[in-house]
Structure formats: structure tokens, C-alpha cells
Design a protein around this ligand. Sequence first.
Ligand code: LLP
Length: 420
Amino acid sequence: MDAFHYRGNSLLVEDVALATIAERFGTPTYVYSRHAIVDAFAEFRRAASGRNVLVCYALKANSNLAVIDLLAREGAGFDIVSGGELARVLAAGGDPSRVVFSGVGKSAAEMRVALEAGVRCFNVESESELLRLDGVAGAIGRRAPVSLRVNPDVDAGTHPYISTGLRENKFGIAHDAALAAYRTAARLPNVDVQGIDCHIGSQITAIDPFLAALDKLLELVDALHAEGIALKHLDLGGGLGIRYADEQPPSREALFAAIFERIDRHPRGASYELVFEFGRSIVGNAGVLLTRVEYLKRNAERGFAIVDAAMNDLMRPALYDAYHGVLPVQPRDERSAQSWDVVGPVCESGDWLARGRRLALAEGDLLAIASAGAYGMAMASNYNTRPRAAEVIVDGGDVHLVREREPVESLFALERRLPR
Ligand code: LLP
């Protein structure tokens, strides 16, 4: 959260006071730092320098066109999971030949569009998907570049909802079924086997699970090599964690160094291109959700700060019991601090953003919900017919509105009343 800092009694993002942004654009508003996004990506790029590495940005974390555009200019590839995300990459001027298409349920229509756009690789998650892709590619006279997503059965040690590399998860092809799937792939006329892929989970705060997954992939790579199936790339997915509270995730550099060390020990390791699909670690700490306290109220049990952002804006606390820091935009004297639950206006007890935080608050105060750049706006909904928040990107002293607050009429513009 380096881009967010206090100067005097005011919380700034880069050189702009968050209070000014609230005045200009209202609340709730997502506020991102251009430099924080670019720096996070640049750190991956530096850590990979001299290596054959493609760092893809996993769009699902934050798919605003301005974010995609920024990262495209920095040389990022993109990891997409839907035709919609492909449309965003294209609309933002991203290069389809740097796009990997992940996801467990690609439709034939999505495959067709992605083939026509010329994506770099399909990360295929089942034999059925392989057969479908072969058919779709054949019908339009193309060959589909594929890698198979293998489930390495590695515990990423993360929240069960965002852990994806265990045997019991729906993702990927079981490790012991992978060879057979590759043999099928190698036989199909319209499929071109290029790589192998895994993604074991998200918000991973240790290096070991990545290395364990890599070892499992390398075992398969060797077995495939012995059968004459040669791969060009290894895709290790995303999942590097960030600091929300007191987590100590490895640095991007340390993670890459450990992976390269392991790769270099492998006899053919250096010949493979490495692909990554990072989302959270690029944008997570580059954004806050700016919100205003509407009401303060206390009952016998707890104090509630009712703010104008809610679970529809930031779902992570309600869904994963996730912790987000709460920063007062213009801090008050600590001596009046009390314990507050920061909650939204939505009609559900699950509608909370933070619980039991010691804050000195008054009605009308502005708060920044920290580390909200990833899986914040991207998961927002219109529950309770609440227009989604505005989004702005700060660049030094400049503020750019990159998504307008939704007008309420747009929420039901596609609906029709019944005929009389
Ligand atoms: N690649 C694949 C195939 C994925 O499924 C994901 C995330 C990523 C890459 C990017 O992972 P990252 O680097 O962002 O950890 N909504 C949850 C996170 C869900 C992650 C889903 N897959 C949250 O708010 O914590």
C-alpha cells in the first residue's frame, strides 16, 4: 500500500488527497494508483529479466479497460477466462497473441472467437474440452494451441474457496490422468500441444507450494518427453499473495529466483518458456474503496459505522471472511477511538466490510477500505439496485475517471414490463 500515505492529517494516493477525490466524484469510489500497478508489474519483469518468461495479468482480478491498457503498455500478456474478458483485452488494445485462455467451462462460441482472434494458448481442463476444441478448430480451419491444466494435488494453504490445486477441486485434469489426456491431444488433428499448466490457488503466502507444483509438472514433462511429446512452455498459474493484515508473502523476486533455481536443475529446464498468470499481486494493493460514514449507532453489544459502500461493492469480507484494513482519510484524535463494525446499507447481516476496528469516527467521515484493487470492483454486483461504484486512477497529481458511477436507470434499462 506504498502509494497510499499520510501527509499531515490527510490520506493521499500518490499526490492527491482522497478527500478531494470524494468531493469530485462522490462515494463509494474505487481509487487506484497508476504507479502502484505499474511498479508491481515492473518488479515481475525485473525479476524475470534475461529469462524466457511471459507474465500474464489475470483479468479477473480487475478488468477495467484502463488497467488492461496500462499493463498492455508495460508488456504484459493476459490470462482470460471468458469471451467477455477477451473482448475487454481487444477493446483495450491488448495483443491477442499474448493471451492465454483459462477456465473450466469454455463454450464452443468462446472457443471460436478466441481462435479467430488468435490467442496464444488454450489452457484445457478436460478431455471433453479437448475434443470440443478440436471440433471447433477443425470447423473453421484452424489449429488450436493447447496446454493441459493439470491438477497437481498440492495444498496451497489458502482459503478453501480459492484453493484450486487439490484433488477434490473441480479444476484441471488429475495428475495420474494427464498422460492419457496428452496422448489424446497428440492424436487430434486440429490441436497443437504446446505446454502444460497448473494453478493451485490464490493468496498463497509461501514459496513451497509453487515449487511442489512445479516438481509435479516436471515429472509429467519428463514422462511426456519420453513418449516424444515435446512441450514449449510451462505455465505455473498465478496465486502469489499480498499483505492485507500481517501476512508475509514472498517478494516477486524471491518467488522467481526459487522457481528459476529449480528449473535450472532440470536437464531441459532452460529450454522451456515460463508463463505466469498473476492477478492479485499486481493490482491488490494498488487500490482502495473510498467510502463515507453515513451513520454511527451503538447497541448493547457493538458499535456500527454504517458507510455508503456495501457487500455489493466489496464482497470479499462477506464471502471469505476476508480482512481489509480501514484507513481514516482525515484521522481524528485517537483518544476518541472506539471499536466499530464497518457495515453497509444492504439488508443482510452478512453485509460488513470490517469488524471490531478501533477507530475515532464521526458521521460524514471518509474511510479508505485498503487492499481493494483486486477482486473488488470485479466482483461487484447491483444487489439492492445499488449502482456500482465509480473508478478512478491517480497518476501523480492527476485523477482520471476510468469508470463512471452507474446511473440507476441503466440498472433496469434491459428489463421489460409485461404487456397489458
Ligand atoms: N489463473 C487462474 C486459472 C485462476 O483461476 C486465477 C484466480 C488466477 C490465475 C489469478 O490468481 P491470483 O494471482 O489473482 O491469485 N475472488 C477471490 C480470488 C479468486 C481467484 C480465482 N482464480 C478473492 O477475492 O480472494
